[in-house]
Design a protein around this ligand. Structure first.
Ligand code: PXG
Length: 465
């Protein structure tokens, strides 16, 4: 067997990668031409690539490395658990200590009355669980017609057939036969792009009331649940107007519809509280979690449910589960992650120090000619780029053209700041210090300045008509 080492020349690693590795959400032929960036190690908020660059990770991996890189305690816990019990399942009347301990800890941290978790290995799996769980729940309660699930356009809930159907990404639905039947998508609360002349608050209410319209259209007796991310992440950090979530909660209660908060990104401190639902003062029936549960050190996710749902589901046999539900090593590492977060008060740091510093830092970019506004909640932020701020205009060029330039200029300046269409997005590790935020902001400014120059030179500063 050949050994792949970190000391191989970059070009050789890239060629091997191109020869055998199919990347997610990537045109592999285009990547093969360009060559993938090879990340070799990481510590704190910095990545190192195979050419020795020190890159500030403004995305915490993929919105997940909340405690930062290089926490050796996690490695030690994983090694210890692997030696003691590397694997056992939680099917067939069996359990093990890491799953017991993690479930107890999650119950302690979750909002009151949410004391049970069904484990999965990812956010996609957990949302697949949710589809079957809400339908089974209503069936057990004697309301088998309640099967439809309402979601939103531009939502991201995963990439499996079920979770991808819950998501509202049209470009994903175009491939592979999604969405499955029984999933409906209403409009998102994106005031910047879609709010027109309405005030933010009026727009928030109007978009929430589309849920009521859809429920009435389908018939409340046919609707099982509504699902939404407290703040849409992959959709571009769309911070909803303050009026939005209370109205969604009111409508769900009025029509007896379960509310699923997809906390895969928002959960575990990202919005400045343990859960995004707490930031918005809502009481979901189910919360999807993954990513920050283990800070990405191990693949683990799950569905946290209310006591009432746990009781109803407990009265039947739910024919559902994954080989890695409650995986012992993943559970042990997630538990260690939660210990670190609590002992080092990382959520408090995000809320009181890093969040305000990130907001203040990014707001210094608000007067940049390309930046439309600073959209931020806690430690997730975005900046829509625009050729004309006052009218919130989009570019005449194809969506994402300018965003891609922004992303490339960020990478060239050793900052991972990604783009969603023409929005620039940051979501750094929660442990980032004020000094590191200064570095992030100054690299972002330089990237934006270079982007502006390119956009002007290439004649891209034209608004869409
Ligand atoms: N829900 C939400 C809110 C997510 O953000 C998932 C579910 C699915 O989780 P898994 O673990 O199955 O990936 C996610 C994942 C991006 C990007 O481009 C975002 C995610 C995944 C991949 C890419 O921003 N979020």
């Amino acid at each position: 067997m050949s050994v792949i080492s970190n000391h191989m020349p970059t070009a050789e690693l890239q060629a091997l990668d191109a020869a055998h590795h199919m990347h997610p959400f990537t045109s592999n032929a285009a990547l093969a031409k360009r060559g993938a960036r090879v990340i070799t190690r990481a510590d704190g908020v910095y990545l190192t690539d195979s050419d020795g660059h020190q890159i500030l990770d403004g995305m915490a991996g993929l919105w997940c490395v909340n405690v930062g890189y290089g926490r050796h305690e996690m490695a030690e816990v994983a090694a210890r658990q692997m030696k003691e019990l590397p694997y056992y399942n939680t099917f067939f009347m069996t359990t093990h200590v890491p799953a017991i301990a993690l479930a107890q800890e999650v119950a302690k941290l979750a909002p009151e009355g949410m004391n049970n978790i069904f484990f999965a290995a990812s956010g996609s799996e957990a949302n697949d669980t949710n589809i079957r769980l809400v339908r089974t729940y209503w069936s057990v309660k004697g309301k088998p017609s309640k099967t439809h699930i309402i979601s939103r356009k531009n939502a991201y809930h995963g990439s499996s057939v079920g979770s991808g159907s819950l998501g509202g990404m049209a470009y994903m639905h175009a491939q592979g036969g999604m969405p499955i039947p029984g999933i409906h998508h209403i409009n998102q609360p994106d005031w910047w792009s879609e709010g027109g002349d309405m005030s933010r608050d009026d727009f928030g209410l109007a978009r929430a009331r589309e849920l009521e319209d859809k429920i009435l259209e389908l018939g409340a007796d046919n609707v099982a649940a509504f699902i939404g991310e407290p703040v849409q992440g992959a959709g571009g950090v769309i911070v909803p107007p303050d009026t939005y979530w209370p109205e969604i909660q009111r409508i769900c209660r009025k029509y007896d519809i379960l509310l699923i908060a997809d906390e895969v990104i928002c959960g575990f401190g990202r919005t400045g509280n343990w859960f995004g639902s707490q930031t918005y003062g809502i009481s979901p029936d189910i919360m999807t979690v993954a990513k920050g549960l283990s800070s990405g050190y191990q693949p683990i996710g799950g569905s946290i449910v209310t006591d009432e749902i746990a009781e109803v589901m407990g009265s039947t046999e739910f024919m559902h589960g994954y080989t890695y539900s409650g995986h012992p090593v993943a559970s042990a590492v997630a538990l260690e992650n939660l210990r670190i977060m609590q002992e080092e008060k990382i959520v408090e740091h995000a809320r009181d120090v890093a969040g305000p510093a990130l907001k203040a830092g990014l707001e210094t970019l608000a007067d940049h000619p390309l930046v439309g506004e600073i959209s931020i909640k806690g430690m997730m932020a975005s900046m829509p780029l625009t050729p004309h701020k006052e009218s919130r205009a989009k570019f005449a060029a194809e969506r994402g053209t300018v965003g891609t330039i922004g992303r490339d200029r960020s990478f060239a300046n050793n900052l991972i700041m990604r783009h969603v269409g023409d929005r620039m997005v940051v979501s750094p590790p929660l442990v980032i210090t004020e000094e590191e935020i200064d570095v992030l902001v100054s690299r972002a400014r330089k990237a934006l300045d270079e982007t502006y120059q390119i956009v002007k030179d290439e004649g891209l500063l034209k608004p869409a008509s």
